[in-house]
Structures are given as C-alpha cells and as structure tokens.
Design a protein around this ligand. Structure first.
Ligand code: HEM
Length: 515
C-alpha cells in the first residue's frame, strides 16, 4: 500500500461505523445534489432557455405557485414572460409559451400527446376521453361519443336543454317573489350541471331547484378543483382520496361522492340489463359507449369515469362563461339595453318559445357570448403536451420529450389582437375586420384534442343567456369586478360570487305546463 493511500484511509479506520455511515450519506447527498445542479442547469438540452434557475432545478417551483400560492401559477407565468420573453423554462423538462404562433404549433400538432402526470390527477384510470393520453385511443373514443354532441344531435335534443333553462327561469321567478338575493354564479353551475345529467344520461337530479342553488353535488364539483390540483402534485393522495369510504369523506366532498355513486349505479344497472337503454327518453352517452360496433368493451368503472368526466367538463366551463357575460351585461347599461332590445325585436312575444336557430342569428347576443368566452378563457391553466420529436415551436428548437404548454389567457389578452384586452367590449366582434378575431378565440382549444362538447356548449350559452335577458329583469347586488379575479385551478375559480336581485320575471305562463 502506498504511504499516500495509508494517510488517506487511516483516519477512517479510527471512526465509529455510525459516523462513517453519516459521512458517506452526506457525501452521497452532496454529490447527487451537485450532479442534479450540473445536469439540469448546465448539461440539459433546455439549459439555454431563459427562466428562473429554481424552476429549471425542480418541479416544486410550479407546485409552490399552484398550491402554496393557491392557484397563482398563471399570474406568475405572466410575470415570467414579461421578464424572460415568449419562451420560459418553468420546470426541468417544461417550457411555457406566450406567442400566438406557438399556440397553434403546440395544439394543432397531432403528434403531441397529453401529458400523463397532469391528466392522471383527474381520474383513477384512463378510460374517459378527457383523461386519455394515448393518441390512437383518444381518436377512437372521440369518434364513439362525438355523434351525441354533433350539431344535428344538439338541435334534435334542444328541448332537453330548453327544459332545464325553463326550470331555472321558474326558480328565478320564485326568488323574485321572495325578493331574495340570488347567487347567480352558483345558479349557472346548477343549470349547466343539470344540462349535462339530462343530456348525457337522461336523468334529472333537480339541481337548479335545490334551495339557494346549493346542491351538494354541484358544490362538491366546484370544490374538487383544488383537490385535483393537490392530487396532481402529490399523486399518492389519489389512492387515498379515490378509495375513501363515504363515512370518512369530508362534508364538502360528500355531495360529489354521493352523486358519483348515483352515476355508478346507473352504469351498473345498464350493464346488467342493456335493454334499459330502449326505455330511455332519448339517446344517452351509454347508447354510444355500449354500442357493440365500437369493438371495445368498457367495464363498469370505465363507464363511471366517462360519466364523471363529462359532468366535470361541461359544468364549470359553461357556467363561468354565463357568469362572465351576466356580470358585464348588468354592469354596463349600454350593453344591457342593446342586448335586451335585440332580443325583444327578435322575439316580441315574451311567452313564446325562442328557438336556438333564431337566437344564433342575433349578432349582438353572439358578440356578447364571444366576449364572455374570451374573458372566461374556458380552461386557463396551460394544457400540457409532450413533444415527441425535435420541433420548432415559437422560434425555438424544442427537443424530444419536452413538456410544452400555453395558457388561453395569453391568446385572449393579447393587446395586438384585442386592444384594451381586459375590457368587456362585445362591439369588437362586430367591426368590419373582426372575422379574423375568431381565429384567436380559443376557449375550446384547437386541434384533435379540442373540446368535443363545443356544439352543446354554444347551444347552452345561446339558450341560457337569450332566455335570461329576454325574461328576467335583475340588477347586480354587492358584486364588483374584483369578484371575477380568479385562481387558476384548470378552469378559473372566481374569488367572489356574482349576486343579483331579481326584480321581475316574465314569460313563465306556459312554462309550468311544459314541465
Ligand atoms: C364553454 C364551455 C366549454 C369550454 C370552454 C370547454 C373547453 C374545453 C377545452 C379547452 C378542452 C381541451 C382540454 C384538454 O386539452 O385537455 C375541452 C375538452 C373536452 N371537453 Fe369541453 N369545454 C366546454 C364545454 C364542454 C361541454 C358542454 C362538454 C360536454 C360534452 C365538454 C366535453 C369535453 C370533453 C369530453 C373534452 C375532452 C376532449 C379530448 O380530450 O379529446 N366540454 N373542453
């Protein structure tokens, strides 16, 4: 043995084994940390992309803004883009963009699948279309359910949506008699959730009739946005939360759980006796999912997951758009007067039915809906996609396996496209050169994985807002623009409620007979 080696090893012989182990542990930890820093900050293929060093080192950066800062990641992304430019590295393997061309490149590229980590938080397995990350499977599933949401089918089932709208108007009529302050934000979520259950499963849950628009299932779905975010960052929690027995479920989540059990039971009964489908009032999602021609047998948990994801996809999104529209209509007399005048001219008899195809032809109502979609964004958290081969995005060569995304807010609030972008201004959609604006209205996303419920969503928006502002006279109560500031929990979750005093409701004479 060389004297040098002896000199090095001798002190270690005299050390106690426990100290030796501790020393080895710290040396290993320091070595791993040094390796992590060098590999992520210096050697990584994204090392040249600007962004905070902490974000390049660890995904906990995003966790901090999502959870600790309670849904502030989109605000933070906005600040990061101001500081670093249109492409920012927000995780060891993650890029965020704020560039119109990049938006198209990310979401229109059929090669980029959804990211497993993000979408797994919503589901137990990947049965539903929304949660399916495999490109081929998603295409097949979309083809199975899309016919139920085609324009033709939506027109055929218009009466199903109209009936829920009528029940909502009747509830408002009762509120007007009691001179009660109405939480219209919850009201909209109640009506949109009921549209989903009646349209997709031909089942009424009487959500809009529940006192104070506070049906426990609807509130449970609203609350679950934060839980989903929590489960995304701590995936182990999914196993606990999804398997939690009813008696252990916190009160806020109980309504959702009971509702899901009801959907579960319906799915089980149909699987046990498919002839039940023949007794249904109209075609439901099960008619499509269980069609033997699909070549795919979906087990009971798969049906439940489809059902739950449908309700989740179609409730808050449409509800938020109605809330955004209603706040701004009531907040600006000129908008309200113009809209009500247009509706009155188109449908002079307030007692008569307002068909969807008639409402769709009204330019100002259409512009109001477009502006509400723009400012409510649909989904506001960037929807992550995986780059599967080196690709130029937003002027940067993005390497394979990088996760990329861009918030709809960065399209909708782009001042070059929408001057004075935070102003609710329906007029911008009616100017001569406004046709091009539609290319930049992306609440339903773009490309192959864009919203499958887009026709149903538009129909709901026309029928809800058209009926509401033709029949109901109301004013805002103790609500300001500040209440519409939001936390980004996939969809925007508003800080406050939009509340209104219902003054007068007309056009209800025929409704009681219809229902
Ligand atoms: C204003 C209303 C709505 C907005 C803004 C909206 C927005 C979106 C967006 C942005 C996506 C893409 C999500 C992603 O990339 O992960 C999406 C997907 C989806 N939406 Fe909607 N949605 C709305 C209403 C509805 C309705 C009423 C339904 C019910 C049928 C629905 C069902 C779905 C489904 C099933 C998907 C998954 C599609 C896929 O992953 O291929 N949405 N929606």
């Amino acid at each position: 043995m060389s004297p040098f080696y002896e000199e090095l090893v001798e002190p270690l012989r005299t050390l106690e084994p426990s100290r030796l182990a501790l020393g080895a542990f710290f040396t290993l930890a320091a070595g791993s940390a040094a390796y992590l820093v060098v590999s992520r900050l210096v050697l990584h293929p994204l090392a040249h992309i600007p962004g905070p060093k902490l974000a390049a080192l660890t995904d906990w950066y995003v966790t901090y803004y999502d959870l600790w800062k309670n849904g502030k990641m989109v605000d933070q992304l906005s600040l990061l883009h101001e500081q670093y430019g249109p492409v920012v590295r927000i995780g060891p393997n993650k890029l965020d963009f704020c560039d119109l061309k990049a938006y198209d490149q990310i979401y229109r590229d059929v090669r980029f699948p959804k990211e497993d980590w993000f979408y797994d938080a919503f589901l137990q397995k990947r049965w539903s279309l929304f949660g399916c990350t495999d490109i081929t499977d998603a295409k097949r599933r979309a083809n199975i359910i899309r016919p139920l949401f085609s324009r033709k089918k939506v027109l055929h089932l218009e009466h199903v949506i109209q009936e829920v709208v009528d029940r909502f108007i009747l509830t408002l009529a009762q509120n007007s008699k009691a001179r009660a302050v109405t939480n219209i934000y919850r009201g909209f979520s109640s009506i949109t959730m009921e549209v989903m259950t009646t349209y997709c499963f031909a089942t009424k849950f009487h959500i809009p009739e529940y006192p104070n628009f506070s049906h426990p299932a609807m509130l449970g779905f609203q609350e679950s946005n934060y839980t989903m975010c929590l489960m995304r960052h701590f995936p182990l929690l999914r196993h606990i939360i999804f398997r939690m027995p009813v008696w252990l479920t916190p009160p806020g989540a109980l309504g959702r759980k009971v509702f899901v059990q009801a959907l579960n039971q319906q799915a089980s009964e149909i699987l046990a006796d498919p002839s039940l489908l023949n007794k249904s009032e109209h075609e439901t999602i099960y008619h499509y999912l269980l069609n033997p021609e699909n070549g795919e047998e979906i087990p009971q948990p798969g049906l439940r997951e489809h059902a739950v994801s449908m309700v989740a996809a179609g409730t808050e999104t449409v509800g938020n758009t109605c809330t955004m529209a209603t706040f701004h209509i009531l907040n600006d007399k000129r908008i309200k007067d113009k809209l009500t005048a247009e509706l009155e001219e188109a449908c002079p008899d307030v007692e008569s039915h307002m068909p969807l195809e008639k409402l769709e032809k009204l330019p100002y109502l259409t512009a109001v809906i477009q502006e509400a979609l723009r400012l409510s964004h649909g989904v506001v958290t960037p929807l992550p996609r995986i780059v599967t081969a080196p690709t130029q995005i937003g002027g940067v060569l993005v390497p394979e396996n990088t996760v990329v995304g861009m918030s709809h807010a960065f399209v909708h609030l782009n001042a070059d496209i929408f001057p004075n972008p935070t102003k609710f201004d329906p007029q911008r959609w009616l100017e001569k050169d406004s046709a091009d604006l539609l290319n930049h209205l992306v609440p339903f996303s773009k490309g192959q994985r864009s919203c499958v419920g887009v026709n149903l969503a538009w129909a709901e928006l026309y029928l809800i807002l058209g009926n509401l502002f033709r029949k109901v006279n109301m004013e805002l109560f103790d609500t300001s623009e500040r209440d519409l500031k939001y936390r980004a929990l996939l969809t925007p979750r508003y800080h406050g409620d939009v509340r209104a005093k219902i003054d007068k409701v007309r056009g209800t004479q025929n409704l009681r007979d219809i229902i």
